[in-house]
Write a protein that binds this ligand. Sequence first.
Ligand code: AP5
Length: 228
Amino acid sequence: MIAVFLGPPGAGKGTQSAKLIRDLGFRKIATGDLLRAARQAGTELGDAARRYMDAGELVPDEVIVALVEETLGGFPADAPILFDGFPRTLPQARALDDALARTGRAVERVVVLDVPEQVVLRRIGGRRISPNGRVYNIHDDPPRVDGVCDETGEPLIHRKDDRPQTILRRLRVYEAQTEPIIAYYEEGAPPVARLDGMQGIEETYRSVRAALRRMPAGETEPRCNGTK
Ligand code: AP5
């Protein structure tokens, strides 16, 4: 299974993919996480990405595609893979199709989390992250002790690109450069499920699991396009 998660910043892609990895053993390629790790490690890539990320702009396609291809190359050929935050532009989507085709694979599911802008602003404003990657929200999913990770006891981090002005820029970039990918996938082969990301974390997770299993649409189930 190769699945792609799409949705605006703060839609809950990272939250949902962490649960899928825990429960279903997916390997994850989350380009934002890879870039933040490169920044933390002080690599050339991390330094180059910094100014784009802090401004809410996309890192150039060629940098991202090379990073993804390198990461993909380290996975077993038949590993189930979840892409979170990639692809983000049409050239990235086409590059992913080409890279997968070289190993006889293809994107099999696309899940889009739809969340309105006001909710995104609240969610991102309240997001706090543990150095171990666990994501919290001071409004909806707080740690037991304010500012401290439940699992590691380390101080939680407020991402630099989660400031209000940068969030608005990231939203505009998503609309202009990433939303067109939804139509690209809808015109292609993989089933595209557009889910209501306004549900709680657990309800959303049930919808995501159903979408990955291609369950038939129901009142609270996803609308799947092109599913058989
Ligand atoms: P990236 O790290 O990918 O950020 P993003 O796509 O903007 O997504 P976020 O991580 O902000 O949100 P999310 O959807 O994962 O939400 P989360 O689960 O955390 O990218 C950062 C930057 O890197 C980009 O701006 C760009 O510069 C660069 N970059 C990355 N990939 C790139 C690429 N492919 N090409 C070029 N540049 C690239 O949830 C958010 C909050 O809401 C959390 O606090 C969570 O607890 C809460 N929450 C989640 N779900 C719910 C729910 N259902 N109800 C209530 N609260 C919820």
